[in-house]
Design a protein. Structure first.
Length: 467
């Protein structure tokens, strides 16, 4: 296969970098709001509800956003996404400036939730670009290199996580929430300007079954069940995301119990090195012959790490555990994306990615909403009581955040059991067979050449590779 037979490397790189910048801005302010809310209220209920609300909203908009990506050219929906984020962040800034601080911080009044809700909407709109990016990998990268490309996406996400974690904590601690929001807005506007200069070569959008409706739940469902075993993978990921809900609600409070907000932001950001490590390994080595096997092995390792890194009040153990945890995330996300890009036709990928997102993230808000009250009113008081310390001290030691540690351990034990059982299911065998049957999007490269005949080198840096 010559260089002219592959997607355009400059386009793939620019789209990836632009999407990373957009998500950097939204995660920067969302991290900042989470830090700010806990420091102002010292309530895990606030952080659990913020995190749970975000994931619940992602579940609701997954299919509509995926349908939007399928109905229109990817560049167009990415521009609309960027504009929407900028507008909602401006509205959030207006609320912050107009509402007195004491009223804004009163959880019993609407202003705190209105402000956070506007930022949440802006962050959600940026997620359209993440869905579009996953379909752009199918368009711009040949099938034999998609696992590596997804690893590169994981590496870039790791760099984004590092920058976000380090500087959002410093921004909240040194500049305050308003300037943190202004920085996020500036990043979003710069990425929008850059996006307007790009052109994504893609096939003409043709829907043999007719254009999907604005919210095509039926089409998404039919596309999922058409692939043997795919629904089982989505359901497994849904159960696995219960862990994500626990981390969402309790990881920041746990870290803030051990260090200051500035140091927590730095440590959380540095733990993003794990993303770089995991993503770099995949970009170089791929995911092996069976990405699904790699996914389950990574999940199993993740549960073990999650159950072990809080067994003592130790900053070193916490950081080491987070690095290991984040190094495994690119394997899980990259494996699922590689599977979907090979077994789902491009014309339906937006809806399938959106459906998978909607179902999978629905577990996180459930666990976040449940774990906040359970931890606040039962597990934390129990673990920190004399009876609880005597019962669990042999395992968890004696520290300031033993209640949160107990939650992580209990949830992780269930995760190890669930993942181990998944290896023996019919779904595991059927989805592996679907993947090995071959790429259903082999015609995409030809359509891209027709849309943009200018030759260029291999997007993964292989030059005139032959296959």
């Amino acid at each position: 296969m010559t260089s002219g037979d592959t997607a355009r490397p400059h386009t793939f790189g620019h789209v990836l970098g632009n999407t990373a910048a957009a998500l950097l801005g939204t995660s920067f302010i969302w991290f900042g709001i989470t830090f700010w809310a806990y420091l102002e209220t010292r309530s895990v209920l606030a952080t659990s509800f913020l995190g749970g609300g975000y994931m619940l909203a992602m579940a609701v908009v997954g299919v509509p956003f995926g349908t939007l990506v399928d109905r229109h050219h990817k560049h167009k929906v990415m521009v609309v996404s960027a504009l929407g984020t900028a507008v909602t962040f401006l509205l959030a800034a207006a609320v912050y400036l107009r509402v007195p601080e004491e009223a804004l911080m009163d959880l019993g009044r609407p202003w705190f939730w209105l402000f956070c809700g506007l930022v949440l909407v802006g962050a959600l709109l940026a997620n359209i670009r993440a869905i579009a990016l996953a379909t752009c990998v199918t368009i711009l990268v040949p099938s034999e290199r998609r696992a590596n490309a997804n690893g590169l996406v994981g590496t870039v996400n790791g760099m984004t996580m590092m920058v976000t974690g380090i500087f959002s904590g410093l921004a909240i601690g040194r500049l305050g929430l308003f300037w943190t929001l202004m920085i996020a807005l500036t990043i979003g506007l710069v990425s929008l300007i850059h996006l307007l200069t790009l052109r994504i070569p893609e096939p003409e959008i043709v829907h043999a079954e007719g254009a999907p409706r604005a919210v095509d739940f039926k089409g998404a469902w039919l596309a999922v069940v058409a692939v043997p075993g795919l629904l089982g993978l989505i359901l497994f990921s849904t159960f696995n995301n219960f862990l994500g809900g626990v981390f969402m609600g309790l990881l920041d409070p746990y870290g803030l119990e051990l260090v200051s907000v500035e140091w927590w932001g730095v440590l959380f950001g540095l733990s993003g090195i794990g993303f770089l490590i995991g993503g770099a390994i995949i970009a170089k080595k791929g995911l092996g012959r069976l990405p699904l096997r790699s996914l389950l092995l990574a999940c199993l390792a993740m549960w073990v790490v999650a159950g072990a890194f809080t067994i003592r009040d130790s900053v070193v153990l916490l950081v080491a555990g987070m690095v290991a945890y984040m190094a495994l995330i690119p394997f899980i996300e990259g494996a699922e994306q590689t599977l979907l890009q090979q077994v789902v036709p491009l014309a339906k990928q937006g809806r399938v990615f959106g459906f998978a997102q909607a179902v999978e993230v629905s577990a996180s808000p459930i666990s976040a909403f449940l774990i906040g009250p359970l931890a606040q009113f039962w597990l934390i008081p129990h673990a920190e009581s004399p009876a609880g310390r005597q019962q669990w001290g042999w395992l968890l030691g004696d520290g300031e955040a033993r209640g949160i540690a107990l939650v992580f351990v209990l949830v992780s034990v269930g995760g190890v059991i669930l993942t181990t059982l998944a290896f023996f299911t019919r779904t595991y065998r059927r989805l592996n067979a679907s993947y090995e049957a071959g790429d259903v999007n082999l015609d995409v490269a030809a359509a891209v050449r027709a849309a943009d005949p200018i030759p260029g080198p291999d997007p993964m840096g292989k030059g005139h590779a032959e296959h």
